[in-house]
Structure formats: structure tokens, C-alpha cells
Ligand binder design. Structure first.
Ligand code: UDP
Length: 247
């Protein structure tokens, strides 16, 4: 197993999509509750300013390199990073395998109605998939006991939590032991995309590593977040300078 790669203090696993899927399948067989995070540049930047998020990411069983920024940063810092493992794609790969493996999936998050639409899409794409529960991601503390109870009762193997960063990571970390779900993954906008509420960048833009630009331009609420990217690049360059001085 390759050593984790340190990007601004966040330990990221240098895995291919295939390796990530294999590791997760093993986690499901083992059955212990585990948290998986998909680290893009924005999440890493956020973790540098949020000690709780940083701690959670560094305790996670697997942190995949989501996004061109993360792959660039790892390579710039002199590490091998085979490829980008986007959270959306990872979720699709796992769902494609779920029917033959008899694994159950739970969708938790996004606006009311979205998880239901994502479930219908999953049933269309992955014949025989068992989506054993759906629940939107807008709730108060008073609803939490019920949400946890419903997830526990449904006994999913895979919990896809789409509450946004860092809410999904914090919520999963806080409740993972109690939920006893083998694999809980923070998947951001994945259910929105599956439901058709948000579009992914065209393939050529994904290949040109420009998905971040597409998302920033198309979703006005994200435009402000684009600023995080040049900041990320500057921080990684500074990180490299500081760390190479030590050696
Ligand atoms: N969301 C949610 N509960 C909240 C806040 C956000 O379920 O309290 C959902 C939101 O509807 C969207 C997802 O979380 O479906 C966040 O998606 P985004 O693409 O913004 O992901 P991020 O980049 O934050 O991971």
C-alpha cells in the first residue's frame, strides 16, 4: 500500500480509481465503520483553516485525490499521484458493483426530492441496486435521532452523504460509530448531478482538467469559491519552499 501524501497537512492516498474501489470493497467485507473523504483543492484549503476538519480527514480510512488541483499539488510536491479519483465517479463505480455484491446503499443529503430522483436514476443505471433509504440533507438537531435511527434500521453497506463540505465529514465522523455503516462517504454534489439538478462538465473539459472552471461559472454560488484555487496553488508552492529548506 502506497504511503499517504501530505498536501498542506492533509494526508491523501495516492490511489487509482481501481485501487480505491478495491480498498472500499475490502472495508465493506470487514464491516468496521469507516469514513472515506474525497479531497479536492477546496476541501484541503478549508482544512488548513479548520482544525476539526483537518483532524477528521487525517483519521479517515481513505482520502482519495478528487480534482485536478489535488493531483497537481501532489506531483508538484514531488510525490507520485496516479490519477484523479472524483467523488462522483467513485460513487458510480461502487453502485455499479453493489447489485452483484448484494450491497445496500443509502442516500442522505441534498434538497428535498433530490435523493428520491437520484434513487430512481440509480435504479435505472444499476439494475437490481438496493437503495434502502433516502433522506434530504436539511435538518435540525431535533431531527438527528430520527435520521440516525432510520439509517441504522436500513443497515446500508454504503452511506453516501451529500451535505456539502465540511458538514458531511463532521456529521459522519460524529455519528459513524453509532451508525455502524461499513463505508460512509462524503460526496458533495453527487446526488444533485444524478438527479439532473446540476450538470457535470462535458467530458472534454473533465479531460482538460477544467471541471472546476465549469462548476465555478455555472453555479454562481460557487464563483466565489474559485478564489480558493489560486490561493491553493500559492500555498502549495510556499509549502514546497518551506519543506525543501528543511532537507
Ligand atoms: N446540502 C445539504 N444540507 C445542507 C447544506 C447543503 O444537504 O445543510 C447539500 C446541497 O443541497 C448540495 C450538497 O449538500 O446537494 C453540496 O453540494 P456541493 O456541490 O456544494 O458540494 P461541496 O462542494 O460543498 O462538497
Amino acid at each position: 500500500m502506497s504511503q499517504k501524501v501530505d498536501i498542506l497537512g492533509v494526508s491523501v492516498d495516492p490511489v487509482t480509481m481501481r485501487e480505491a474501489v478495491d480498498r472500499i470493497e475490502t472495508f465493506i467485507e470487514e464491516g468496521e465503520p469507516r469514513l472515506i473523504a474525497t479531497a479536492n483543492a477546496e476541501m484541503i484549503m478549508r482544512a488548513t483553516k479548520d482544525a476539526e476538519l483537518m483532524h477528521i480527514l487525517n483519521e479517515a480510512a481513505l482520502v482519495v485525490p478528487d480534482g485536478a488541483g489535488t493531483v497537481w499539488a501532489a506531483r508538484h510536491l514531488g510525490y507520485d499521484m496516479p490519477e484523479r479519483v472524483a467523488g462522483y465517479d467513485l460513487a458510480q463505480e461502487l453502485m455499479a458493483l453493489a447489485p452483484e455484491k448484494g450491497q445496500k446503499v443509502y442516500f442522505f443529503g441534498s434538497a428535498p426530492g433530490i435523493a428520491e430522483k437520484a434513487k430512481a436514476k440509480a435504479e435505472l443505471l444499476y439494475h437490481g441496486i438496493q437503495v434502502v433509504g433516502v433522506r434530504n440533507g436539511f435538518f435540525t438537531e431535533a431531527d438527528e435521532r430520527q435520521i440516525i435511527g432510520e439509517i441504522k434500521e436500513a443497515k446500508p453497506d454504503i452511506l453516501l452523504a451529500a451535505l456539502g463540505v465540511p458538514k458531511q465529514e463532521k456529521w459522519l465522523h460524529a455519528h459513524l460509530e453509532e451508525l455502524q455503516v461499513p463505508v460512509a462517504i462524503g460526496v458533495g454534489g453527487t446526488l444533485d448531478v444524478m438527479a439532473g439538478a446540476v450538470k457535470r462538465a462535458p467530458k472534454w473539459m473533465q479531460k482538460a482538467k477544467l471541471e472546476w472552471l465549469f462548476r465555478g461559472l455555472l453555479q454562481p454560488k460557487r464563483a466565489g469559491r474559485l478564489v480558493a484555487l489560486p490561493q491553493f496553488v500559492m500555498k502549495v508552492k510556499e509549502y514546497k519552499r518551506r519543506n525543501s529548506k528543511k532537507t
